[in-house]
Design a protein around this ligand. Structure first.
Ligand SMILES: CC(C)(COP(=O)(O)OP(=O)(O)OC[C@H]1O[C@@H](n2cnc3c(N)ncnc32)[C@H](O)[C@@H]1OP(=O)(O)O)[C@@H](O)C(=O)NCCC(=O)NCCS
Length: 454
């Protein structure tokens, strides 16, 4: 096919994969047209070629024929609106007041009831952990499933100013068994120059036996109602699937740290003409970090890190506005949850750079020898002095020393700049970012995003 023709665009099936597979992305263009989306990278490519208006291109590549009986009723950008460029940027639904919000929860099917999940209660935490570890996101081939730790969930769901009422569960009335879950946390988000409070929605999960019964729209509507009750009218969320309408589609890249295990469990494949020995050698890392002054972040660094991060995030179209309290919560290291490092200038003792990752293991399904994959995910970084690739290389080294199996990165922020150099491989996991009740005029590229959802 000729480069530049529509047919030559690589269509990619979306799946929010726990880890992704270290093989080239699959081409499903002929069989799965209804669930395809083109990556923004492709759009960028065509934009550069100047052949076609990128917003028109995105519009033509969305699954326009797919019906969304729920999402078509919501104040989100619809597929057919994309590319029109006629509407102003801003909220989609007319402004409302809290007094207009319904006071009663939505009605659940018979035999089920709403609950607020108290994350300070050990028993409830065990219930949430069990639901997610057995029923949350799996890869396309059901080889791996995310396995968020309880400490991680408590960290992810209790940032400064969190609302306990946004940790919503559904129980079986008779047995009180937890069968569904959805959460929101508050965040101050900046879109271009507009800063607004939003809900970050995450951990939507329904027990496998209750799927396809339209319970998800109820969970989403109930969370939305409770968000509105706090006078908050926008939300940001991500999903592996394509819904109306992605703000941007991102891709996961993977840097093997323990190639032998990754290949054994089927996460990676031995490259053509490669032996195990050569592969291990190819991905070998130094024993020690490279950057002078590299050390774990401490509480005394909070102000300096906050200042650096606030400044750094200004360059992105979409990014959170983080207070010192936010930085304390999100970045002070927490064992097996979040690792943050700073570079302290050897002479001035000023903090010049920051880098971090969070820990999200996956369960290996159906493998007797290995039950878990320990994965690090790149989190927030700031560079003022050290090259970003050098900082991330230092992170790879500490992650390898702490026996992580793989280091994962989304192609957002400035991450595309080091992927090849540091031997990251493109996975087949995609992640769509979405906004609720807000429209941006122009489609974004992954590099415009300065926000990470866990
Ligand atoms: C995602 C999940 C909750 C959906 O439940 P389900 O039983 O398959 O779907 P339901 O019948 O209840 O509802 C279908 C509606 O929910 C929407 N929906 C499904 N997954 C969604 C998601 N991740 N985000 C937002 N909406 C979603 C569908 O698009 C559909 O609406 P539409 O008709 O307007 O398109 C369920 O599949 C699940 O728990 N999966 C594993 C965990 C997971 O993938 N969570 C999402 C992480 S992003």
């Amino acid at each position: 096919m000729m480069p530049g023709s529509l047919e030559s665009i690589q269509y990619l099936v979306s799946s929010k994969e726990p880890c992704g597979i270290e093989t080239p992305s699959k081409d499903y263009s002929s069989t799965e047209v209804s669930s395809v989306v083109a990556t923004c990278e492709n759009v960028e490519h065509y934009k550069q070629m100047g052949r076609i208006d990128p917003s028109q291109l995105l519009h033509r590549m969305l699954p326009l024929d797919k019906k969304h009986s729920f999402w078509e009723t919501q104040p989100v950008e619809q597929y057919h609106d994309r590319g029109k460029n006629t509407e102003d940027e801003g909220p989609i639904a007319p402004l409302r007041s809290v007094a207009e919000v319904r006071t009663n929860p939505y009605k659940l099917p018979k035999h089920y009831e709403w609950c607020i999940c108290d994350l300070n209660c050990t028993h409830t935490m065990n219930e949430i952990f069990n639901l997610l570890s057995n029923h949350y996101v799996e890869d396309f081939e059901s080889m791996f499933r995310y396995n968020y730790s309880k400490d991680f969930l408590q960290w992810a769901l209790r940032p400064p100013g969190y609302f306990p009422s946004w940790h919503i569960g559904v129980r079986v009335e008779a047995t009180k068994r937890l069968v569904a879950f959805i959460t929101g946390i508050p965040v101050n988000m900046r879109l271009h120059s507009m800063c607004m409070p939003m809900a970050e929605v995450n951990f939507l999960c329904i027990h496998k036996k209750l799927r396809s019964k339209r319970l998800a729209p109820l969970l989403i509507k109930e969370l939305t109602r409770r968000v509105h009750l706090e006078n908050i009218w926008q939300a940001i969320y991500t999903a592996g699937i394509v819904l109306p309408t992605p703000l941007v589609t991102c891709q996961y890249w993977h840097r093997p740290l323990n190639s032998k295990k990754l290949i054994k469990v089927g996460f990676s494949q031995l490259g053509l003409g490669m032996t195990m020995g050569r592969t291990i050698k190819h991905y070998r890392l130094p024993q020690k970090t490279f950057t002078p002054g590299f050390r774990a972040m401490e509480r005394r660094d909070i102000s300096a890190v906050a200042r650096l991060l606030q400044q750094y995030l200004q360059q992105f179209v979409v990014a959170p506005e983080l207070s010192e309290a936010d930085v304390e919560h999100w970045l002070v290291p927490l064992n097996n949850v979040v690792n943050t490092y700073v570079i302290e200038d050897v002479e001035s003792h000023n903090i010049t750079d920051v880098c971090s990752f969070y820990t999200l293991p996956s369960t290996v399904l159906g493998d007797q020898r290995h039950t878990a994959l320990k994965a690090a995910y790149l989190f927030y970084n700031v560079t003022t002095k050290t090259p970003l690739s050098q900082l991330v290389n230092d992170l790879l080294i500490v992650a390898k020393q702490s026996e992580y199996d793989v280091f994962n990165v989304l192609d957002i922020m400035q991450n595309q700049s080091f992927l090849q150099e540091l031997k990251f491989k493109l996975g087949d996991g995609h992640l769509q970012y979405y906004l609720y009740n807000y429209r941006l005029k122009e489609p974004l590229s992954p590099g415009d995003l300065g926000v990470i959802l866990l």
